[in-house]
Design a protein around this ligand. Structure first.
Ligand code: ADP
Length: 426
């Protein structure tokens, strides 16, 4: 009989599977660039390149008070943004956690909840009376929408685990406006945008060198500015060729596909899935009889039982005995682990987290290369919990950009604009 595999044997196997060499990354960047071009040519391509009807960058002199409501995959945020000009701004933000039921319940109810949160935010934070002019509000709705105007957008399909009926194919701005009217919320809905487009514009306001924005949160996604002449599928609109328009590309490739072996880009990167990739490796080893023999593993066998935040925790465990890893497995899954197993788990988390960062870098590099941004360099506005909280995620992206482009890769720093004042209701 074959000798029992050690944890080191397993690690070698997964290292080979998860490691992206610089050469492989360059191939991915090239393929990605072609895919982006195809997405600009016509609709229905693998990577939908979605016109946003956001025409050009701000010039940094914009001032005033604006409201934003951000419906992400995990949280609902309401923000009051005060633009001070010269790239300066302040934000007051309140965060509300969405329940799983709300994500699946009737769509109008979801927008009613958004309107109610907004109404309470206005009451709590803004001493406004009905005589005051209505504040403009942008609805940051981070799901792929078909837009033909800035203040309108039909949901193409839910992503990130949402499934609320009666929303796909509908104008979400109109649905939200209906909820706003129902609750008499004194605001004017002026735009519907994606979080990446918002990050692109906001980061460019602060640092005009910002040309790309990326989000690594529940999902992953990016935006950049394209000239209309380079967007064949928009020719029929008759806009001037040199007009700039932000393009949001929705990296999810085909989430609903159940074809075995077909892996989407997002599934290898985004916060919603990294924990699941880790869990699947463990269940593979459990099924092979190489892990947790004689222990009850039912908690670990539940789909999506492993949050990506656990991978962060394991990677940043400061103890020699890996006591944080012990904690994760005993507390959440009722499983005993040996030190050798824990070392394997931490290494595995690192492989999965690193692959995600390196693939993310490929997405960034494809735009850099397509737009010729390497020569002068450009900043990348980045946001999302994975980017902000996963240990070393930003450093790994930077290293990958150097692996792809050589030293010139240092010309593309990614960073998050800060200055949030958060009240957390999560
Ligand atoms: P949204 O996508 O709703 O805007 P976030 O940017 O907060 O929200 O991203 C939420 C995702 O980030 C979840 O999938 C969660 O698993 C992941 N996440 C939360 N905390 C951490 C963490 N400490 N490390 C890594 N991932 C995290």
């Amino acid at each position: 009989a074959a000798e029992k595999k050690t944890m080191a044997d397993h690690l070698r196997k997964y290292e080979a599977l998860f490691t992206l060499t610089p050469q492989r990354m360059r191939m991915i960047v090239n393929a990605f660039e072609e895919t982006l071009d195809r997405g600009l040519q016509k609709d229905g391509e693998i990577v939908p390149m979605i016109p946003t009807f956001v025409f050009g960058y701000p010039d940094g002199t914009e001032t005033g008070e604006y409201l934003a409501l951000d419906l992400g995959g995990t949280n609902l945020r309401v923000c009051l943004v005060t633009l001070r000009g010269q790239g300066k701004f302040e934000i007051t933000q309140t965060k509300y956690k969405l329940t799983d039921e709300q994500k699946q319940d009737d769509g109008q109810k979801l927008f009613d909840f958004c309107a109610e949160c907004l109404a309470s935010f206005i009451t709590d934070n803004l001493g406004r009376t009905s005589e005051d002019p209505e504040l403009p509000l942008s609805f940051t709705f981070s799901y792929p929408c078909a837009q033909t105007r800035i203040d309108h957008g039909e949901l193409i399909r839910w992503t990130k685990g949402f499934g609320a009926p009666n929303v796909e194919g509908h104008d979400v701005a109109a649905m939200f406006a209906e909820s706003l009217a129902k609750f008499n919320v004194p605001i004017k809905l002026t735009s519907l945008i994606n979080d990446t487009t918002g990050t692109l514009i906001a980061s460019n306001y602060v640092d005009p060198n910002t040309k790309i924005a990326v989000i690594f949160g529940t999902g992953c996604n990016a935006a950049y500015m394209e000239t209309v002449g380079n967007i064949p599928k928009m020719k029929h609109l008759g806009l001037p060729d040199d007009q700039e328009m932000a393009i949001n590309y929705d990296i999810i490739i085909d989430e609903s596909s159940n074809k075995p072996g077909e892996q989407s880009f997002e599934k290898m990167i985004a916060g919603l899935y990294l924990g699941e990739v880790f869990r699947l490796v463990l269940t593979e080893m459990i099924d092979a009889g190489d892990l947790f023999l004689g222990q009850n593993t039912y908690k670990l066998e539940k789909e999506y039982a492993m949050d990506t935040a656990f991978l962060s925790l394991m990677e940043s465990d400061p103890t020699d005995e890996l006591l944080t890893v012990v904690g994760v497995f005993t507390y959440f899954f009722g499983i005993e682990t040996t030190l050798e197993e824990r070392q394997f788990f931490r290494s595995l988390a690192k492989l999965i987290g690193t692959r995600a960062a390196r693939l993310s870098a490929c997405g960034i590099a494809a735009i850099v290369s397509k737009k010729g941004y390497l020569e002068k360099g450009c900043s990348v506005g980045a946001d999302g919990s994975l980017y902000n909280k996963y240990p070393g995620f930003a450093d790994r992206i930077h290293q990958a950009l150097v692996d792809i482009f050589g030293e010139a890769g240092r010309q593309v720093p990614a960073g998050c604009i800060t200055g949030l004042i958060e009240t957390d209701f999560a």
